[in-house]
Design a protein around this ligand. Structure first.
Ligand code: SF4
Length: 328
């Protein structure tokens, strides 16, 4: 709710504050229990920063993060002390992007997966072993692998180990930060299918951060598109794919490769780059790259508004966007 994360910019030896990088700027979103919300955008749009703020891995600059605990009470994570946050931690876990960098090469698989249990007071080794065996089976790995070290596994297997670690404390919310983007395409589908099976099995809720829209389409119920720290569109997945109402979402859809080279030829790429959140353009942040830009777009920041049930967009010309695209 109105979540912000600003990183200060300082200058000189006295570190004079000269501005802010507004990595996340007034974000409002929700994730229903048992659903998968995709958070998408190009690199530098603030999706990873937002997801880390939601888990309080980064301290938010402002805003509230309501999490419904097991007693069905809404707790504002953003304003909890570290002491009060600690008992909530097991309920929210993260799967990281890099299956190579996220596993400590000096720990064996048992130690990696059972570390969160130890930190959370499960001291009985036998109990931890039983749980690790169960988790390894759940993620499709053999229990005897627990004595091995990360270097003896492939990328896909390491990501399965990372998933087992994230599930070690039976979380309710899992933030998956580009969990398959470092994997070979052939392995991506296996890991995505595993994530979906685990969701059913363990009653998980996912916040799924990704830039690859074909992956998002496969796994997400709803999608939120971010651009320079702000939400530009939120809609149920199929609605967003077939009827995007923001030119940025439309451009992201057009960037998804399709199998037919004749159709691929007609597709236009997105010109330019994501502007710096330290110095964003006036009006609509997307206007320098938008081929539908009018004078109003350069002057007025578009509000995020609901243009059809559950479909929100921040574009002055959203109503004009049809299935064929905006009329210029
Ligand atoms: Fe393009 Fe204007 Fe819509 Fe921004 S508000 S996305 S510039 S049409």
């Amino acid at each position: 709710n109105h979540l912000k994360k600003y990183f200060p910019i300082t200058s000189g030896i006295f570190k004079k504050h000269i501005g802010d990088v507004k990595a996340v700027d007034d974000l409002n979103l929700y994730v229903n229990e048992g659903e998968t919300l995709g958070l998408v955008g190009e690199s530098g749009c603030g999706k990873t920063t937002a997801s880390r703020c939601i888990l309080r891995a980064y301290e938010p600059t402002a805003g509230e993060i309501f999490f419904r605990n097991k007693k069905q009470e809404y707790v504002d994570l953003a304003h909890l002390s570290d002491k009060d946050l600690r008992p909530m931690r097991p309920e929210m876990q993260m799967i990281f992007q890099d299956p190579f960098g996220s596993l400590n090469p000096r720990m064996n698989i048992f130690d990696i997966i059972s570390e969160p249990m130890l930190v959370n007071g499960i001291r009985n080794r036998k109990e931890r072993e039983e749980r690790v065996v169960d988790l390894l089976k759940k993620v499709g790995l053999r229990p005897e692998y627990m004595v091995r070290y990360p270097h003896s596994f492939s990328g896909g297997q390491r990501q399965r180990i990372g998933i087992a670690r994230a599930l070690a404390l039976q979380p309710r919310l899992v933030v998956a930060d580009e969990p398959v983007s470092a994997l070979d395409v052939s392995v991506q589908a296996q890991v995505l299918n595993l994530l979906m099976e685990l969701m059913e099995d363990m009653g998980l809720t996912y916040l799924f951060v990704a830039h690859d829209l074909s992956v998002v389409r496969h796994i997400c119920d709803r999608v939120t598109v971010m651009y320079v720290g702000k939400i530009v569109e939120t809609a149920p997945t199929e609605e967003l794919y077939y009827n995007p109402r923001h030119p940025y979402s439309e451009a992201l859809m057009a960037a998804v490769p399709i199998a037919d080279p004749r159709l691929q030829q007609d597709r236009k790429g997105l010109p330019g780059e994501v502007p710096s959140p330290a110095n964003p353009p006036s009006g609509c942040y997307f206007h320098p790259r938008c081929s539908y830009c009018k004078d109003r777009c350069k002057a007025e920041v578009p509000e995020l508004r609901e243009i059809s049930p559950n479909h929100w967009t921040a574009c002055h010309r959203a109503e004009e966007l049809s299935l064929e695209g905006l009329k210029k």
